[in-house]
Ligand binder design. Structure first.
Ligand SMILES: [Zn+2]
Length: 242
């Protein structure tokens, strides 16, 4: 998806009150922000959060730090990232780390706050690099963000938000192959347990794109009796109207 840009890979922009947080600035994040209508102005960001260092989530992180801080001329913002994104084989350039006001290291089961946005991490995901999903405390509905992971039995209990964003790659699970991603079968297990008001599927691989994500989403909706939608490029979601 990323290499051919069959789907946009720039991540997500979260606005709560006056606070703006960018989640996972993958390849194309800056260009997508500037081309979106209305334009999303990176200099208004209060923070950038990286769930893990894989390139499809972090490709534009350095340029987004530059954009948030206006080329380093305005020291601002908080950078949230797992330790291994900054230490071994880092994806965040060292000279940019002084541009932000603060670097906060994401750890397991920890609480964080930036302006009007409060969130916590759960336990480390089963993914090849250090990876954390997120639970945002947003009223009236909590938002849970299940980023890349292999399925594990405790997973649904860690993310009980009424709005659930799930990064799902495959239509079917791949037997014993070491694929560290969720499939639609895993999504069913999660939805059955969590019973969210709204599930948003994103991060599709080729098997899901071929099956048409919006068709898969409506089949899930019929089967499980809850609202499920497939993300599309530039999707804007009003959390108050869910
Ligand atoms: Zn990943």
């Amino acid at each position: 998806m990323v290499m051919k840009q069959l789907r946009a890979s720039g991540g997500a922009w979260l606005s709560i009150g006056k606070t703006n947080l960018y989640i996972d600035p993958g390849p194309g994040a800056l260009v997508r922000c500037l081309n979106s209508k209305p334009k999303l102005e990176p200099a208004t960001l209060d923070g950038i959060l990286l769930t893990h260092k894989h390139l499809d989530h972090s490709g534009d992180i350095n340029v987004m730090i530059e954009a948030m801080t206006e080329g380093g001329f305005k020291k601002r913002g908080v950078l949230f990232a797992p330790g291994d994104a900054l230490e071994e084989d880092p994806v965040i350039l060292k000279y940019l780390r002084d541009y932000v006001e603060k670097v906060e290291i994401l750890k397991e089961d920890s609480e964080y706050r930036i302006g009007e946005i409060q969130f916590s991490t759960a336990r480390r995901h089963q993914h090849r690099v250090e990876t954390y999903g997120l639970n945002f405390k947003i009223s009236p509905h909590r938002l849970s963000w299940i980023t890349d992971t292999r399925f594990f039995p405790e997973l649904p209990d860690l993310y009980r938000g009424e709005i659930l964003v799930i990064h799902v790659v495959r239509l079917k699970p791949v037997g014993e192959e070491p694929i560290d991603h969720l499939s639609i079968e895993d999504v069913k297990t999660i939805i059955r347990k969590v019973k969210p008001r709204l599930t948003v599927l994103t991060h599709f691989g080729m098997t899901l794109i071929k099956a048409k994500p919006w068709v898969v989403a409506s089949e899930l909706e019929n089967e499980l009796g809850v609202k499920v939608m497939a993300a599309s490029d530039g999707l804007k979601l009003d959390l108050k109207e869910v």
